[in-house]
Design a protein around this ligand. Structure first.
Ligand SMILES: Nc1ncnc2c1ncn2[C@@H]1O[C@H](COP(=O)(O)OP(=O)(O)OP(=O)(O)O)[C@@H](O)[C@H]1O
Length: 490
């Protein structure tokens, strides 16, 4: 079935379901997409396990009934968890490769593919449909990178647009050295630092500079998520060899946010092989992470020691002077005139994330132009009252937090209110309390009250405990990030 037809059928099914389902339940279907429809089954995508589990436990019969009503006969409804992989048209029937990796069902592949074993039994079953990929490098793109290809790079992220200060001077200098002599000075080059502090910018700056000096080189920037997705697809589609050809012919490979390789064994193994092949050939490898290699959890020792074999440099949060300089630079690049006191006002309020700093300036300038007033600190205060960090606070309710947390941990909402203290209940409860404090303006006593009449000191204890564990435990950090994402999408 054509993609457009499939979409049309799915919309009819949704309309049918609306006859039975409450409007509020529809939020769960916002991101659900049809993947394939055959005589016996309908496969839908869910963005994560949470959505999949909630829908299958609450609405499966309703979907199946609606499918029956629209198509005239019932089908089995299955879900594939596809976090950010955009489905592509089904390729030619996959020829199983004689390669060990391609026949191995990796844990990550299973995680990403959900029920895809159905697909393996009959590779021609159904028709996958395609959407425009959001990123310049498609997750499934297994093309060899051409010499001089800049398509994975952001042309705006250059050394010229990067403002230096005491927080990033060393990283900047090392990045320049790497860019001038790729594969010769610091290999691998490993940058780490908090969110939005310029790691990605510096990586692209290296790539742009390398291609300026060496248009014949093959340069590739990927996020570790893209890298993982490509491996999974390569394995599923029997393209492991293509994957290797692509990655082992690169002169400068940059992999961003490698902390997300944590716990992904097969991906780490393939990454290790790629790393070695490139390193032996003196090709440059550049990595970034939110923490130093030794603090990345569940990272194979052999990878950790490879990462530590090159130059490791950190990027700190910028001081006030650097923040003001960054804002000035952005105003200059955007051709807008912003008074110093306004820059100071913004720089004083946002001190740890340059992405937010820049976002605030953009909003202020847009707001002033909309209301047709000059950019003053009063206008800034007005423009930013809703958009400073935690701007989501008002929309998030304690009920939504409880619902999401209970679903994620597969417990009942009543358990969160109960007196039960077993870890399987107490831990999710503490996470829920943490999120209530983090994402809403509700006071500690009110939160305590909402969780079965608990004291505010219990909430405070839960908050401190989870905040500390989140710092130390990458897995918990990821869980909380996913939960926040799900909550904010509601
Ligand atoms: N020193 C700097 N000078 C100018 N702009 C900067 C600087 N540092 C960061 N930026 C800008 O801040 C934004 C966020 O930076 P970037 O994406 O590189 O952060 P990151 O450290 O990779 O974050 P994440 O951990 O989220 O991947 C980008 O728009 C980038 O251009």
């Amino acid at each position: 079935m054509e993609q457009t037809q499939l979409q049309a059928v799915w919309e009819q099914i949704l309309t049918k379901m609306k006859e039975t389902l409450a409007e509020s339940a529809f939020k769960w279907f916002k991101s659900v997409k049809p993947i394939s429809l055959t005589a016996t089954g309908l496969v839908l995508s869910a963005q994560n396990d949470l959505v999949k589990d909630w829908i299958t436990s609450h609405y499966l019969t309703i979907i199946e009934d609606a499918v029956g009503a629209v198509l005239g006969s019932k089908r089995k409804v299955d879900f594939l968890v596809l976090p950010s992989v955009q489905p592509e048209p089904e390729p030619e029937p996959a020829k199983p490769e004689k390669d060990a990796d391609s026949t191995q069902d990796t844990k990550e592949a299973k995680e990403a593919a959900g029920h895809s074993s159905r697909k393996k039994e009959d590779p021609n079953q159904g028709t996958l449909f395609q959407e425009q990929p959001p990123a310049p490098v498609d997750n499934g793109d297994m093309h060899i990178v051409a010499p001089g290809d800049r398509s994975s790079l952001n042309p705006k992220y250059t050394f010229e647009t990067f403002v230096t200060g005491s927080s990033n001077r060393f990283a900047h200098a090392a990045a320049m050295a790497v860019a001038e002599s790729p594969g010769k000075v610091y290999n691998p080059f490993f940058m780490y630092g908090g969110v939005g502090l310029g790691k990605t910018h510096l990586m692209h700056a290296i790539g742009n500079r390398v291609l300026q000096n060496h248009p014949e080189m093959r340069v590739l920037y990927v996020s570790s998520e893209q890298f993982t997705n490509e491996i999974i697809r390569a394995i599923q589609e029997g393209k492991a060899e293509l994957f290797r050809q692509k990655y082992r012919t690169i002169d400068v490979l940059m992999v961003d946010d490698i902390q997300f390789l944590s716990g992904k064994q097969s991906t780490q193994e393939e990454f290790f092989n790629t790393f070695n092949a490139l390193h032996v050939a003196d090709k440059q490898i550049i990595l970034s992470s939110d923490r130093p290699p030794r603090e990345v959890q569940k990272l194979e020792d052999r990878l950790r020691s490879r990462f530590e074999g090159g130059l490791i440099t950190d990027i700190q949060a910028p001081d006030l002077e650097t923040r003001i300089a960054i804002l000035k630079n952005k105003a200059l690049l955007d051709h807008v005139d912003v008074p110093n006191d306004v820059l100071m006002f913004i720089a004083n309020r946002i001190d740890s994330n340059i992405r937010e700093l820049e976002g605030a300036l953009t909003r202020v300038v847009a707001y002033a132009s909309l209301i047709n007033k000059p950019v003053t600190t009063d206008v800034v205060a007005e423009a930013l009252k809703d958009v400073f960090p935690n701007s989501h606070k008002k929309e998030v309710t304690l009920e939504v937090i409880q619902e999401i947390v209970a679903t994620y941990f597969k417990i009942r909402i009543e358990d969160l209110h109960s007196k039960k203290r077993t870890r399987s209940i107490a831990f999710p409860r503490q996470i829920a309390m943490y999120l209530c404090r983090e994402l809403t303006d509700t006071s500690l006593p009110q939160i305590g009250n909402f969780f079965g009449g608990r004291d505010h000191t219990t909430v405070l204890h839960a908050y401190d405990k989870i905040a500390k564990e989140r710092e130390e435990n990458a897995k918990l950090h990821k869980i909380i990030k996913d939960l926040i994402e799900s909550i904010q999408k509601m």
